[in-house]
Write a protein of this length. Structure first.
Length: 166
């Protein structure tokens, strides 16, 4: 993946930094509980810290800490720009030849998920680093086909969410 992306880390925030209103923020724990493949609406807010990391839109985020190796291999796309990206997030900025939704699906399911789970290090808390992501082997179709696959599964995610709210 190092050939199709650049990598970064989020800035450390804790639950104590959260406020009722302010700048939207994504914390790594929320990836497990609150968000699907594409994150469009943010439900937590914080006051930006110095050197805060903001989304530019369409980057892929992967938690760098988790309870189990299987859970940590999970990715989401931050659809909008200007969202604070909290600590314990690996941030992937893709080049123009790769669809972010397709990559998030690729990381979160199948062989790539298993491969990343094997790279996770630790006992009670496991960690996944950007260097682990950079070494991930990717097999992928044309960008047009990636977009079609990503759109199909995003629509499916939305349909499931709508049915869960009923």
């Amino acid at each position: 993946m190092g050939e199709v992306a650049k990598f970064s880390k989020g800035k450390g925030y804790s639950k104590n930094d959260l406020i009722e209103e302010g700048t939207p923020i994504i914390l790594y724990g929320s990836l497990y509980t609150d968000y699907q493949t594409v994150i469009k609406e943010i439900n937590t807010f914080a006051k930006p810290k110095d050197n805060a990391i903001y989304s530019v839109g369409n980057e892929v985020i992967v938690p760098s800490s988790g309870e189990t190796a299987e859970d940590i291999a999970r990715a989401s796309v931050v659809a909008n720009k200007g969202i604070l990206l909290g600590g314990d997030l690996n941030i992937i900025y893709l080049n123009d030849n790769f669809n972010p939704i397709f990559l998030a699906l690729l990381i979160s399911h199948g062989e790539r998920k298993v491969e990343l789970a094997k790279k996770a290090q630790g006992k009670s808390v496991v960690h996944l680093y950007n260097t682990d992501l950079q070494e991930l082997d990717l097999i992928y179709p044309s960008k047009e086909e990636q977009k079609k696959i990503g759109t199909f599964f995003s629509n499916l995610d939305n349909l499931i969410t709508l049915h869960q709210r009923m």
